[in-house]
Design a binder for this molecule. Structure first.
Ligand SMILES: [Zn+2]
Ligand SMILES: [Zn+2]
Length: 391
């Protein structure tokens, strides 16, 4: 079974942009995609600030596959048709990147109807479930929980993994001589980077890492449950299949890893009843992000707000600085082909970190918002608070 993805579209597949695309498709649901005017282009370019080049082709012709891989919309009888997932992204501003990716993981299967080789006769292969199950099996057998693009081909595709098998199956897989052909390598790499937007995975130095500790049994159990294929009868018509596999029944239960292992005083002031704020903290607690950040940050490490050097102030401590994510609370880390982006992260001492979230909470409450509307709004509010710190 060929594993494929829409290559060259990483910017469009950033969660924030998927949400903006979903909002446009929601507003334009039902428009005729065959009419001469490209009604999608101005709305999409405004909402995402991305170019939908080339200008002389209709957006749907070159980008329709992005919308379908992201399970946001399809072309039903020449009309733009939003999926349930697209609707949810557009209507529910609190639907998080983790909840979205969790839904994609259980549903995305080959052959996928956005590609030409779609056929209902073949047994479906769930690539995201296979990748995550392999990572879990590696973690539990004491190996490093990471996978490269080459290993996806040699270990998962080479052994015909379907994503439905037990962790024991994945623990016993041995490399084969299956290698990517042509642009398959790039497609699978970008697919892994798309997946790395969920908090428990990170893309770094050419590998996808499972970002949890081996002793975190609760998260392991939750992630295993989350990486369980949704088995259903597939529709023979491709557009119908996209709508069907993106359908969200009201009883869809999402099992998300909790924050039980790394709770701090911040949780009490910040997470109460707010999904997006919990997600923000989960991202900031990532052990892998912390390791990556402090390995490249200039020394000595200082708090970005009060400029305090915690190692001078508390000489008996190692590194008590915490990471704070500067994008809107519901944002994922920016994805790049190189690795997890560290540009949107600053180190803060525990006091300043707590204080900035209090500042956020007060400001968002005064504006009657749940989250910042844009990255620049989030940056501005952070800087406003930073300027008011009395040292
Ligand atoms: Zn500080
Ligand atoms: Zn924070």
């Amino acid at each position: 079974m060929k594993w494929r993805w829409d290559q060259g579209r990483l910017d469009y597949l950033r969660f924030e942009n998927i949400r903006s695309i979903a909002r446009c498709c929601y507003d334009l649901n039902g428009v005729n995609l065959k009419q001469t005017d490209d009604i999608l282009r101005p709305a999409l370019e405004r909402a995402t600030t991305l170019p939908f080049a080339p200008k002389h082709y209709k957006v749907w012709r070159n980008y329709g596959r992005v919308f379908e891989c992201a399970m946001v919309a399809t072309d039903l009888g020449g009309r733009l048709t939003i999926t349930d997932i697209g609707k949810r992204l557009a209507e529910d501003a609190e639907w998080t990147v983790d909840e979205y990716i969790a839904v994609i993981i259980t549903r995305f299967a080959y052959p996928y109807p956005a590609f030409q080789d779609y056929a209902v006769s073949l047994t479906p292969v769930f690539p995201f479930c296979a990748i995550i199950r392999y990572l879990l099996a590696s973690l539990m057998t004491g190996k490093s929980a990471k996978i490269t693009v080459e290993e996806v081909f040699s270990i998962l595709i080479g052994n015909n993994a379907q994503g439905t098998e037990s962790l024991d199956f994945f623990a016993q897989l041995r490399p084969t001589d299956v290698k990517p052909q042509g642009d398959e390598e790039r497609q699978v790499r970008e697919m892994l980077i798309f997946l790395s937007q969920t908090n428990f995975l990170k893309w770094s130095a050419g590998s996808l890492f499972l970002d949890i500790e081996a002793n975190d049994t609760e998260s392991i159990a939750q992630i295993e449950a989350l990486a369980s294929p949704m088995l259903r009868t597939r529709e023979p018509i491709t557009q119908a299949e996209i709508l069907s596999c993106a359908s969200l029944q009201s009883d869809t239960i999402l099992i998300m890893p909790t924050l039980t292992t790394r709770e701090t005083t911040l949780d009490a002031v910040f997470t109460e009843g707010k999904r997006i704020r919990t997600e923000h903290l989960r991202l900031e607690r990532s052990p892998r992000l912390r390791k990556l950040y402090f390995a490249q940050a200039p020394k000595p490490h200082k708090c970005d707000m009060c400029t305090g050097n915690m190692q001078t102030r508390y000489p008996w401590t190692d590194n008590i600085l915490e990471l704070h994510h500067l994008l809107p609370l519901s944002s994922s880390l920016t994805i790049t082909t190189k690795g997890t982006s560290l540009a949107d992260v600053v180190p803060l001492c525990p006091n300043c970190h707590r204080s900035i979230h209090v500042f956020y909470k007060n400001w968002l409450n005064s504006e009657n918002l749940n989250d910042f509307r844009t990255p620049s709004e989030a940056f501005n509010i952070y800087n406003t608070a930073k300027q008011q710190v009395q040292i």
